[in-house]
Write a protein that binds this ligand. Structure first.
Ligand code: F6R
Ligand code: ZN
Length: 186
């Protein structure tokens, strides 16, 4: 794929719909075995989806991504993305929350942890080396715009095996709680 010419993209700030996307990825509960602390066998909700503009996967190119996390919870655990490290450890990412409410969970391989709240207008810088997972803690879709280097690559395996340092669950009166995990319970 050669260097593209300059191009514009329209992002509907209400629906999150991105014009001209080349990639649309859908994640249902059945695509995420072992990620939630429970997986009811009788339902398979759409947890999240994301749209991307394709550029060459090379140093210097940047991917634009719109992620939509649908509201809901699986046995009290809010809908969330799989989460990943960037395979290229030099690659960072910027998230901008377009609408909804949520939390961005982060962690490093050295055991540092972070959790930052997401709401319309908040941007979060994810430095190199920090795994990231977004969680929808609201009752509306959580819409996120993200920019990341096209040569980042995605390492899902470490998170699939070890999970994140905390789970985000529905507390009393519907308030979200970020609950640190004490052991290797996924
Ligand atoms: C890209 C990135 C996001 C996610 C998206 C879905 O590096 O961090 O755009 O790809 O929010 O999450 P995952 O990739 O964890 O399924
Ligand atoms: Zn990423």
């Amino acid at each position: 794929m050669s260097n593209p010419k300059p191009f514009a993209t329209r992002i509907d700030l209400r629906s999150g719909l991105m014009s001209g996307y080349e990639r649309h990825t859908l994640r249902r509960l059945s695509d995420m075995p072992g990620y939630f602390h429970a997986s009811p066998a009788d339902e398979d909700p759409l947890i999240y989806e994301y749209f991307e503009r394709d550029v060459p996967p090379e140093d210097g190119q940047i991917v634009q991504n719109v992620s939509i996390l649908h509201p809901g919870a699986i046995d009290g655990e809010y809908h969330m993305t799989k989460g990943h490290y960037h395979a290229n450890r030099r690659c960072s990412e910027v998230y901008l929350c377009l609408s909804g409410r949520g939390v961005l969970l982060m962690q490093t391989r050295d055991g540092e942890t972070g959790a930052l709240e997401l709401e319309r207008g908040i941007s979060v810088y994810v430095p190199p080396g920090w795994a990231h997972r977004s969680v929808n803690t609201g009752d509306q879709p959580l819409m996120l715009f993200a920019l990341y280097p096209a040569d980042s690559g995605h390492d899902y395996a470490a998170i699939a095996e070890q999970g994140f340092w905390a789970r985000v669950i529905q507390g009393a009166e519907g308030h979200p709680l970020v609950v640190p995990r004490r052991d290797g319970s996924g």
